[in-house]
Design a binder for this molecule. Sequence first.
Ligand SMILES: C[S@@+](CC[C@H](N)C(=O)[O-])C[C@H]1O[C@@H](n2cnc3c(N)ncnc32)[C@H](O)[C@@H]1O
Length: 204
Amino acid sequence: MAFTFFFRDLYTLEIAVNKLVPIISGRSRIKIWDAGCANGPEPYTLAILLAEHMGKFAFKNVQITASDIDESQNFGTIIHDGIYSDEELKRIPPEIFAKYFSPLQERPGYFIIDELIREKVRYIKSDLLSYQPAETNCSFILCKNVLLHFQYPERVEVLKMFHKSLADGGLLAMEQTQKMPDELQHMFNRVVPDAQLYEKIGGN
Ligand SMILES: C[S@@+](CC[C@H](N)C(=O)[O-])C[C@H]1O[C@@H](n2cnc3c(N)ncnc32)[C@H](O)[C@@H]1O
């Protein structure tokens, strides 16, 4: 159930980052929520993309809250340590890998993510079906390959919670195969026709 990998669905993430960066760069606090983050490749991919697209000073203001129900009980430690095996890192473009990952002398075949990236991601154990947001006033919520595990009414309630947790004009990304339920169409504008990326309509 926690299948994930670095640079997954780069297409959607790049559209989101390109749309977000001009809007958020001037803000003193940029809150992002990765809901259903597994053991970290997704929030770390997003942090790397933001670091690549934002100036150093604007990137300092980014805070990614990564949450998961975590049945394995070890995602917090893995995300905190930011250490992954070469097998897990093989999809990362070589120039990005060279820039943000260093080999661990004491563990051959393992690499640690640069501290500038690591310090941007904080992990919280949280069940989306408790309908308690792990973060509020978010510029961006990323929830990919999670909602498909829920019943339709649960999905609708989780998406309503995301709407509340987004700042005005904030973005929501889901996986390509997910659709916005009909009864929530008035709450979100689709940003592009070929990705499940939505902009919040209205306030709370
Ligand atoms: C297939 S992984 C997706 C990981 C990542 N978002 C991606 O797309 O690569 C699904 C994740 O959803 C998490 N999950 C499932 N039910 C959840 C719930 N009720 N609340 C929070 N996370 C949940 C699982 O623990 C797992 O880590």
